[in-house]
Ligand binder design. Structure first.
Ligand code: GAL
Length: 669
């Protein structure tokens, strides 16, 4: 599988190793600009270009009117220049005539608001009308270009579900009922799954079920959870429908761009990944977060998890600021290179940008691009050309794999369940806990894979299980088995509480892991958002505490104050050949790092010497050799002991990494 994906990516790079690409929207420009675009693409080394993503209203401007002349011309120009094409199916946003003629296609929000045309992705994902029109567009595009020698990849729609994942219209409700009938078959099974005896919500017929639109009070969490599952499946079925049309007409690999990122949570990509010929992700630094680059590293590791360790493509990122956050910060000097290096270090074999040339009109005119408004004579453009050169020097890294002995278990279903309505504390967010664990690993110099519950745990000596709230008995048993066989596991609070139907396991928390951990907790005692508590080892904890006792475990530290004072906060149990640890609070940053280092020591997992919260170190290795990525995010230079050839400076490695610099060392063996 990994080898097949590497071959596909090698084809996209036209033999250069790593892919350097971008979205290209030539329809926004006069034809006279196009040859200039192609010249500049060649100058920078851009080899893969995504076009026709938002092409619908250009190729099909009115009912029954089709005009491919501009697309023909642009494909011809790119082909003549040896640039490969990542061809959009063109269905990302319906042309205005479609929704003007059929307003029933428009999506509806939780409160009944109909979202009007004028933005993008303005369609109900379940609309049969939308699907029929979209199928027509895809069929024509596939028939016209499916065998064109320049077309190297199919780009289905764009960021499916970015805006319209949750639609509450009548069509969606009908589709939801159909999905529920398939899932439960019998209405009593649905009643049991949703616990509908509560608040008189018992159904006698599937026809009476509605989507969980805005209600007066807290809503049924089972219904909300199933609506999330349904909505993710519905978007996946849009992908499937387009992919089927493409595969019938073309041999070219098919994918779509995922949004593995902090602010999009509606798609369960574990269920999507197997249907992609290669995994592609869009990622932008999210400056709204406390730790934007930590989130980048986690997202890249999760994307690699979706790719099952095979290389993947960063399908979109930005050279500098985006324009959709409240404060769109420019990147610092060298930050673009650091970001790109972090993605490659964590398994990307291609880096593509949104977009080629900065728009002068439209909603994204203040979004940075490869060619800025200032044009060629600009620091930004020179940085882009430099980046193209660097990616070329890194070519031999393509196809190597990231070296990791630890696995962090991640689940979109747990994300939905942790943050469902009526939870113990809003200070507990799923991603907050996942990021904190991932950052602690990074601070300790430990590279981790990200794995789905139920995924293959073989070979991992360290398992990190943060807030894995919803888990099946079988998936929990697999973690226990891995521990019995010698792994060290850290399970954190609010894990293992509910089953797949969001039903609490009784008899003491955390039901699914109680025996493995040798603990029994009777009551949650969450902390206020700014509250922290002391532990007996002098560290502090935040977000959570709970009242637990050990039944068959050692207390490593207890709560010294706060609502659970005197009770265990950190526990450890030997189980078979391994160890199972439990954290009942979120350790402070240093304590969490130290805990990860201690667990790694127990597990026999090696940390990268010299790595810390400012110095990111990751290794990729394979037939081409071993490559050590050192990214110094800090403000002072550091010495990292290494020998080999530095592909960034193209000189022997000195071991010194200046402040803000990246070193990528092909290591001496
Ligand atoms: C993505 C999208 C692109 C562009 C970009 C801006 O969500 O796929 O079309 O909008 O963001 O950052």
């Amino acid at each position: 599988m990994a080898a097949a994906v590497s071959d596909r990516i090698a084809t996209l790079s036209a033999g250069r190793g790593l892919v350097f690409g971008c979205d290209y929207n030539p329809e926004q420009w006069d034809r006279s600009v196009w040859p200039e675009d192609v010249r500049l693409m060649q100058a920078a080394g851009v080899g893969l270009v995504a076009i026709n993503i938002f092409g619908w209203s250009s190729i099909n401007p009115a009912r029954g009117v089709w005009d491919f002349s501009a697309l023909d011309e642009i494909i011809g120009l790119l082909h003549a220049a040896g640039i490969r094409i990542n061809l959009g199916t063109g269905t990302a946003s319906p042309a205005p005539w479609v929704t003007a003629a059929h307003p029933e296609i428009l999506p509806v929000g939780e409160d009944g608001t109909v979202f009007q045309q004028g933005g993008r992705q303005g369609y109900c994902p379940s609309s049969p009308l939308f699907r029929a029109y979209a199928a027509d567009v895809v069929t024509r595009v596939a028939e016209r270009y499916g065998n064109h020698p320049a077309v190297a990849l199919w780009h289905v729609s764009n960021e499916l579900g970015c805006h319209n994942a949750l639609c509450y219209c009548d069509t969606s409700a009908e589709a939801f009922r159909g999905w529920l009938r398939d899932r439960y078959d019998d209405i009593d099974a649905l009643n049991r799954a949703w616990g509908t005896t509560f608040w008189s919500q018992r159904y006698s017929d599937f026809d009476d079920v509605r989507v969980p639109a805005q209600a007066l009070s807290l809503r049924n969490p089972g219904q909300i959870l199933d609506f999330q599952r349904f909505s993710s499946d519905e978007q996946l079925s849009l992908y499937r429908a387009e992919a089927a049309i493409l595969r019938e007409r073309s041999e070219v690999p098919v994918t779509t761009n995922f949004m593995v990122t902090a602010h999009i949570r509606n798609l369960d990509y574990w269920t999507w990944a197997g249907e992609m010929d290669l995994i592609a992700n869009d990622h932008y630094l999210d400056r709204r977060l406390d730790d934007a680059r930590g989130e980048l590293s986690f997202a890249a590791d999760l994307t690699r998890g979706l790719a099952q360790g095979a290389p993947w493509l960063l399908m979109e990122t930005s050279t500098g600021a985006v324009n959709w956050q409240p404060y769109n910060l420019a990147k610092d000097r060298g930050e673009l290179q650091r970001n790109v290096a972090a993605h490659v270090a964590r398994g990307a074999d291609g880096i593509c940008f949104f977009q080629w040339r900065a728009s002068t009109q439209g909603a994204e005119k203040y979004h940075t691009a490869l060619v800025p408004h200032a044009g060629e004579d600009s620091a930004q453009w020179r940085e882009v050309v430099e980046l193209g050169g660097l990616l070329d020097r890194l070519g031999e890294i393509a196809g190597t794999e990231v070296v990791a002995d630890a696995a962090l278990l991640f689940s979109w279903e747990s994300w939905w369940a942790v943050e469902n309505e009526g939870r113990p504390s809003e200070a507990l967010t799923y991603l907050g806990q996942v990021h904190a664990a991932h950052r602690a690993l990074a601070d300790a110099g430990i590279t981790t894979d990200v794995v789905r519950p139920g995924g293959d745990l073989d070979g991992y000596r360290l398992l990190i299980v943060p807030a894995l709230h919803l888990i099946s008995d079988a998936d929990a048993a697999a973690i226990a088995t891995a521990v019995e066989h010698g792994a060290t596991a850290l399970i954190t609070f609010f894990s293992g509480i509910v089953d797949e139907e969001d039903r609490v396991r009784t008899g003491g928390y955390p039901g699914a892991f109680r025996d493995l951990l040798g603990i029994r907790s009777e009551e949650f005692a969450p902390l206020l958002p700014d509250e922290s508590v002391f532990l007996t080892d002098g560290t502090t904890g935040s977000v959570w505490s709970e009242r637990l006792e050990v039944t068959d475990a050692e207390v490593v530290a207890s709560f010294a104050d706060g609502p659970s004072a005197g009770g265990p906060a950190l526990t450890r149990r030997s189980a078979g050949a391994g160890e199972a640890w439990f954290a009942a609070t979120q350790p402070d940053r240093i304590a969490y790092r130290d805990l990860m280092a201690r667990l790694a020591g127990t597990a026999g997992v090696e940390a990268h010497p010299g790595a810390n919260h400012d110095v990111e170190i990751v290794r990729r290795a394979g037939a081409a050799g071993s490559f050590l990525f050192i990214i110094n995010h800090g403000e002072t230079g550091v010495e990292i002991s290494t020998t080999g050839h530095d592909l960034v400076t193209d000189a022997p490695a000195t071991g010194f990494v200046p402040a803000g610099a990246v070193r990528i060392i092909k290591e001496d063996v």
